[in-house]
Write a protein that binds this ligand. Structure first.
Ligand SMILES: [Fe+2]
Length: 257
């Protein structure tokens, strides 16, 4: 699946406007500065390395995060409608957690986590459009994301730490200590982690449906989804949206847009 250069640019504007609208205090500018610093990497990041997962295409990361922010706000309203205690977290904590839940996927300050797959066989047979960058030490996505925030002086609350840490729910067994407790005193004191997890799961599931269900209907693995075909003056949009890119790997990906 491919996003048009215009869609990638629009997604980036929406990503930053979510920070402008929902984040307060001095961390708002720090967060904007952080994402501006790494803009040329984040704007084209995939959301995963393998096309069988979700949004493994240029721009897939921001597309996914924006969907999770929207889903988190809607999911929060559903929980409220069913009587959830909304005093245990703030809307800012909800949106901050959603914006940064997958931040660890970007890699470290120097290196991207995912780089274009160089093995054509793995691309063709295993659907691995990207491969893990061996230059960076392993860390779980939530751990790396929280590390990046703290190392750039961006403070987060206890609720945000817990929500980002456990956003994969029980798909990650490391979260059992928080989510599989049978003792009331060791359960989370807020529903925020559950709301974020549901939003993330829903977004990933819908991304799967957008990308894969049409291919199943057409019995094809190559048919692109209509909504994501290229439109307009691609050359000028590419230049306008992505003219600051310095990474050779990302420039190669851009060539395929
Ligand atoms: Fe996610």
């Amino acid at each position: 699946m491919k996003l048009s250069a215009e869609q990638i640019q629009a997604n980036w504007v929406e990503f930053n406007s979510n920070i402008e609208e929902h984040i307060t205090g001095d961390r708002k500018q720090k967060l904007l500065d952080f994402y501006q610093k790494y803009e040329d990497r984040i704007i084209l990041m995939p959301a995963s390395h393998k096309k069988e997962y979700h949004s493994a295409f240029p721009g897939g990361y921001v597309d996914h995060v924006n969907r999770v922010v929207k889903a988190a706000l809607s999911m929060s309203a559903v929980w409220e409608g069913f009587g959830c205690d909304m005093t245990t977290f703030t809307q800012e904590e909800l949106v901050f957690s959603a914006i940064n839940h997958d931040l660890g996927k970007m890699g470290d300050e120097e290196h991207e986590s995912y780089i274009p797959q160089t093995d054509q066989w793995r691309r063709d047979k295993l659907g691995e459009e990207y491969m893990h960058n061996k230059k960076i030490a392993f860390a779980a996505v939530p751990d790396r994301g929280l590390f990046l925030l703290q190392s750039h002086g961006i403070q987060y609350t206890f609720n945000e730490m817990l929500a980002i840490q456990t956003h994969d729910g029980l798909y990650d067994s490391a979260n059992e200590k928080y989510l599989k407790s049978f003792m009331p005193e060791t359960k989370p004191r807020t529903s925020l982690p559950f709301i974020l997890h549901q939003a993330d799961m829903m977004a990933a599931r819908i991304e799967f449906e957008i990308e894969w269900l049409p291919k199943f209907t057409q019995n094809s693995v190559d048919a692109p989804k209509k909504n994501y075909t290229l439109t307009g003056n691609i050359k000028s949009s590419k230049t306008k949206a992505l003219n600051t890119i310095s990474s050779p790997g990302l420039k190669n990906m851009l060539d395929s847009l």
